[in-house]
Design a protein around this ligand. Structure first.
Ligand code: HEM
Length: 389
């Protein structure tokens, strides 16, 4: 009987007459290619995650500028700008220039998110959860880019415009999570405050979300639809503008009230300084945003103030998420595992690069060595403890 060839040889390129050209490694898996050659330090990764967050806020502000300069239909169609032209022409005027610049900024946002993905993928050891978060940012950007196209195709339908803003808030959410998770460990979250306090925080976050959603409805009913060419009559949300603006301001007061309540509760239960500081930060941001809100309301919505208010809305949401995230810590190893290292104390205790595996006395297992790249650089507040060169 003729012996069968080894199984894998059947599939090898070149086993047949026409050999299949082998792609270079860079093209087959560029991320793995980079990861095999470069290990970023945690500070670099955190900066990359922060860059993605900054870009996700910046694009809200520039998107606001498009609407507030009435340039929303500066490119009358999508995905091209006009007809067959991807970029349109200079003769199309200033509104076109503003709109196309904002479209181009999407690529810069993608580059920032791409940088975060690459840096996180190259971390040692790999952080699967964090890597997924980074990719989630990319997919939300893609989704919102398509949704942005839909705002043009629906001639700035106010509900579509509203969702465009809310998808940006979703992107900011994932970007904040990614940024805050970099210096933490991957063990299950460990609460730093009691359940009732966490529930108060969740209530606050829910109220802030409603506040933002109602804000987008105020915009949808308001006098800045995003186009002033007169070619199209841009649809408006059919509610009394003053009434919805009043409701929006009422929610702002509810959020302010809940924030003050949370701050007092945190002090009363002697919570760690991190959550207390985050609650105070949120209060400060809310005050600034509230002042802008009232001034723009009484000064008939000057474009610059409205754009600043959009920027403020992003900051309010970021500060709210940071409050929630400050309620827990993520240690490197599960609590109870021998010489478990918590995110807050590891660097201070000198647990670091090249430490040998530790025998887990409780479970009788060998723990993985703690790698320098995994040692968090943040305190309970998420602020860096040290900066490695
Ligand atoms: C303090 C927390 C506040 C937050 C987080 C917030 C958030 C927002 C958001 C997300 C929008 C929609 C932006 C857009 O879709 O383009 C908005 C619009 C608006 N907000 Fe606020 N807001 C706050 C407070 C206030 C207050 C106190 C007022 C006072 C009346 C106010 C007045 C307005 C007005 C008039 C608009 C519509 C602007 C336009 O026509 O585009 N806001 N707000």
């Amino acid at each position: 009987m003729t012996p069968r060839p080894p199984r894998e040889s059947v599939h090898k390129a070149g086993a047949y007459h026409g050999s299949v050209p082998k792609l270079p490694e860079t093209a087959r898996n560029p991320l793995a290619f980079i990861a095999a050659r470069w290990t970023p330090n945690p500070v670099t990764v955190r900066r990359a995650a922060l860059a993605a967050l900054v870009m996700s806020v910046l694009i809200v502000v520039t998107g606001g500028a498009v609407r507030l300069t009435a340039s929303g239909l500066g490119c009358p169609t999508w995905p091209t700008c006009s007809g067959d032209s991807l970029l349109g022409t200079r003769e199309m005027g200033i509104h076109h220039a503003i709109e196309i610049s904002n479209r181009m900024l999407t690529y810069v946002l993608c580059a920032a998110v791409g940088w975060a993905i690459i840096a996180i993928r190259a971390m040692e050891p790999r952080r699967t959860g964090l890597y997924r978060l980074a990719w989630a940012q990319f997919w939300v950007v893609v989704g919102n880019a398509v949704w942005g196209g839909l705002t043009v195709l629906t001639k700035l339908n106010p509900y579509v415009v509203s969702l465009h803003f809310l998808l940006s808030a979703a992107l900011i959410t994932v970007a904040v999570l990614t940024w805050q998770r970099v210096p933490e460990g991957d063990a299950s979250p460990r609460p730093l405050v009691g359940k009732p306090v966490r529930q108060l925080g969740q209530l606050l976050a829910a109220a802030a979300a409603v506040l933002i959603v109602v804000g987008t409805l105020v915009t949808g009913a308001g006098p800045h639809p995003g186009d002033s060419s007169g070619t199209y009559k841009v649809q408006r949300i059919d509610v009394d503008w003053k009434t919805i603006a009043q409701l929006h301001a009422d929610f702002a007061w509810i959020v302010v009230g809940l924030t003050i309540a949370l701050w007092f509760v945190l002090r009363a239960v002697d919570a760690p300084p991190g959550p207390q500081r985050r609650a105070a930060e949120l209060f400060a941001v809310l005050m600034g945003q509230g002042v802008i809100g009232y001034v723009q309301y009484f000064t008939h919505l000057p474009a610059v103030l409205v754009d600043l208010h959009m920027f403020g809305a992003c900051l309010v949401w970021i500060a709210t998420l940071r409050v929630l995230l400050s309620f827990r810590e993520r240690p490197l190893a599960e609590p109870g595992e021998g010489a478990a290292v918590t995110s807050a104390v590891a660097p201070a205790q000198g647990v670091g690069a090249g430490q040998a595996g530790v025998r887990d006395t409780a479970g009788g297992r060998d723990r993985q060595p703690v790698d320098a790249a995994r040692v968090p650089l943040a305190d309970q507040d998420g602020d860096p403890l040290s900066v490695r060169g």
